[in-house]
Design a protein around this ligand. Structure first.
Ligand code: BGC
Length: 740
């Protein structure tokens, strides 16, 4: 064992001894107290929070971010309770704290783990200065349904991308050492399958077969566990008939026993008591028993544990060893956080200049998150020198709150720089900027200002339309069945289009929207998600070519909602469609016979492709890929190999490209997706510059869960593609052969 590992093992041993020593002194009530996470605003659970803290009946508090109050809560817990156990202080620090970073889906569009890590680090520093020592993030539910409002919080549709970025995020929150005062414990959520809720309707059932669960939805969680995430949260939804909070197979058997997760598991908000509402249990007592048996160590906001665990133990319906194991896990995390040594926060210790640093990270993250979906006739970038006037139109051009997105309890809209402000600042006197909001909200159906909008567009050299969805239209419980631009926005586009001048749409939204009805009406589309505090300057820099766009889609964009779920990593089916097999509903001969349209897997009115594919994103440069090669045509199982290709910037500006490697396993004992992302890298190239991009893989990277739910690498033929999106055409083949 290396000296670092020996030291680590000793450290853990030491913590284990302290945990055991403390546990041996705890009463049953104190143990159950550690398993209770209380909302700061609620005093109904116990007569009064301070009283409950003194009695050791609370293990953690959520939703208190006033450092003085947090310190006082800690003081009572530490100085006035019998055993002096400090509290975990939880908060949803999802994408920034005071300084708001792009929504997680936007951060995923950066495909930049270092940047995602920095964004989380900055958020952790700001949150820790307020006494928060635990965040309910990262959210790593693989999500293939843009109707679901929580797609905004997710890292997109792909398990590989979500794993890599989820790990980066949790490492940013937890820092190099959880014991540092500016580290916060991360919580990977929501375990598991929540991204697959039926109909994209929040809290609905998720019906995911175990093989799909393991090969897709569990992968980011396994990666988070392997990377040392401190805690996990169960999901609100049921999977295959058993709500996650009572799902012993998922929580105890897979997460704890099979993967060896050493941290603790918290329920979601009141999800223990909700087991009764699901119809799984008859009362709270049964719910408490089910959740503890499943392995849920801490109950978030709810009193099923506090009220019923004592009697369940007395009646012999639960074994005290289950309680001990839960408390042991919770105490372990508290020791790792260094709370026993230092439970207090010193807000003054907030490093001076941190805000500047946070703003710089927020700006860079926004810049790299924005995806150029379309750029006809290279209408972008605009030229400050050549443009005389610019019409800036739309409800989201100057909306400091809306650009922050969902989950921004602590975000400060006063820090927001809006696109309108940033455009003014950037162009100064060079360009006359004419602004018209045109719609009160994105949902507005009032078209009275549209004549003025069209006239303004007609009088100006170009128009930038700021469209999309307000923050309130995505996030938890904010799902939509129609994911097109709401209100009269499409009509606004059509009216402005009639003016005959170049039109650029900048779309701010918490999800992929269906854009087929406007895509051809505009010359360019910049998809900015909800870009956060510094969204404005990032958008302005891209519009005027100070920077080149480099974001890539972390999720497929459907043409119409009926295609959902549509994702690049689908199965081939026995009747795969091709460009020649698709018939459009408008082209069907009135006398067509049943079998005349071919028999493949597509929609008569939408074909089989998305409007914009996973991984897609244009640049102001252009990139040419060539010469893909694999280190060997035959790779013995158990060995490393590499796949590389040449990449050349054939454009005229320096720009960054996200190079993506996809693989297909042609034959498997369970069918394999038509492509799977395996690796990616951001590369920066000067005009004319050429590099070789090499990805190192191991045959273990090709493993999947087979019919018996074990991880296997099966010998056989594979294809590999390298390119700038999931539609990359440059392909090589190789074989995995049995070990030599
Ligand atoms: C959400 C969680 C969140 C928790 C605490 C729940 O409603 O599902 O993601 O962390 O509330 O605010």
């Amino acid at each position: 064992m290396s000296s670092i590992l020996v030291e680590k093992a000793r450290g853990t041993e030491h913590v284990d001894q302290r945990v055991d020593a403390l546990l041996s002194r705890m009463s049953l009530e104190e143990k159950i107290g550690q398993m209770s996470l209380v909302n700061a605003g609620d005093s109904y659970i116990h007569d009064d929070l301070a009283q409950a803290l003194r009695a050791g009946r609370v293990g953690g508090v959520l939703n208190e971010v006033d450092a003085r109050i947090v310190n006082e809560l800690q003081r009572i817990a530490v100085e006035e309770s019998r055993l002096g156990i400090p509290l975990v202080i939880g908060r949803d620090v999802i994408h920034g704290f005071r300084t708001v970073m792009p929504i997680p889906l936007g951060q995923a569009a950066t495909w930049n783990p270092d940047l995602v890590q920095q964004a989380a680090r900055a958020a952790a520093r700001e949150a820790a200065a307020c006494g928060v020592n635990w965040t309910f993030a990262p959210m790593i539910d693989v999500c293939r349904d843009p109707r679901w409002g929580r797609i905004a919080e997710s890292l997109g549709e792909d398990p590989c991308l979500a794993s890599i970025l989820g790990v980066a995020m949790l490492q940013g929150f937890q820092g190099p050492n959880l014991g540092r005062p500016d580290a916060v414990a991360a919580c990977a959520k929501h375990f598991a399958g929540y991204g697959a809720v039926e109909g994209g309707r929040d809290y609905a059932a998720a019906n995911v077969p175990e093989n799909e669960l393991r090969n897709v939805h569990l992968r980011p969680f396994k990666a988070a566990v392997d990377a040392g995430v401190a805690t996990l949260m169960t999901s609100f939804s049921e999977v295959d008939g058993v709500p996650a909070t009572a799902n012993e197979r998922l929580v105890r058997r897979i997460l704890k026993d099979e993967w060896g997760f050493g941290g603790f598991v918290v329920s979601d908000w009141d999800s223990v008591r909700q087991l009764g509402i699901h119809g799984l249990t008859a009362d709270d007592r049964e719910s408490a028993r089910e959740a503890v048996t499943a392995g849920v160590d801490m109950e978030m906001h709810g009193d099923a544990y506090a009220a019923h665990l004592p009697s369940l133990l007395r009646a012999g319906e639960l074994d005290e060893s289950l309680i001990d194991s839960a408390v042991r896990r919770i105490l372990h995390v508290k020791f790792r956080l260094g709370l026993f040594e230092n439970p207090y926060t010193k807000p003054d210790a907030f490093p001076p200049g941190a805000r500047e640093e946070s703003l710089a990270i927020a700006r860079e993250a926004a810049l790299q998150s924005i995806v150029l979906l379309r750029n006809e006739h290279r209408v972008l970038p605009l030229s400050r020198e050549k443009l005389g006037s610019l019409a800036v139109i739309g409800p989201l051009a100057d909306a400091p709150d809306e650009q922050l997105g969902t989950w921004v309890f602590d975000g400060d809209p006063g820090l927001s720089v809006t696109p309108l402000q940033a455009i003014h600042a950037l162009v100064g006197e060079h360009v006359e900027v004419r602004y018209l909001r045109a719609m009160e909200t994105c949902r507005s159906r009032d078209t009275r200002a549209f004549d003025e909008a069209a006239a303004l567009a007609g009088r100006s050299d170009a128009t930038v339309l700021f469209l999309g969805e307000e923050a309130i239209l995505s996030g938890e419980a904010h799902c939509r069945a129609d994911i097109s631009l709401p209100g009269a926005q499409a009509e606004l586009v059509a009216r402005v289009r009639q003016a005959g001048k170049p039109v650029i749409a900048v779309i701010l939204a918490g999800r992929p929207l269906t854009l087929a009805n406007i895509a051809d009406q505009v010359d360019a589309i910049l998809y900015a998600w909800h870009p956060g505090t510094m969204g404005g300057p990032a958008i302005a820099d891209l519009l005027f070519g100070i920077e080149s766009p480099s974001g890539k889609l972390p999720v497929s964009f459907p043409r119409m909602v009926g295609q959902v779920p549509i994702y690049y990593s689908h199965k081939n089916t026995g009747k795969p469609p091709g460009p020649d097999s698709v018939v459009h509903i408008d082209d069907i001969d009135p006398k067509a016979r049943q079998l005349s349209l071919g028999m493949t897997s597509f929609h008569l009115d939408a074909g089989y492709t998305p409007l914009f594919a996973f991984g897609h994103g244009l640049s102001y440069a252009s990139f040419e890929y060539s010469s893909i090669r694999v280190s060997s045509g035959e790779i013995p199982r158990g060995q490393s190999f590499h796949v590389c290709a040449d990449l050349r910037n054939t454009g005229e500006v320096r720009a960054e490209e996200v190079v993506q490697l996809y693989v297909r396993d042609l034959v498997g004992s369970v069918t394999r997706p038509v492509r799977e992302l395996k690796a990616f890298r951001r590369v920066s190239l000067d005009p004319g510059e050429q590099v070789t991009v090499e990805f190192r893989l191991h045959t273990d990277d090709l493993a999947f869960y087979g019919r018996d739910m074990r991880l296997v690498v099966e010998p056989g033929e594979f294809h590999a593609w390298i390119g700038g999106s999931s539609e990359a055409g440059l392909r090589a083949a190789f074989r995995v052969v049995p070990p030599a």
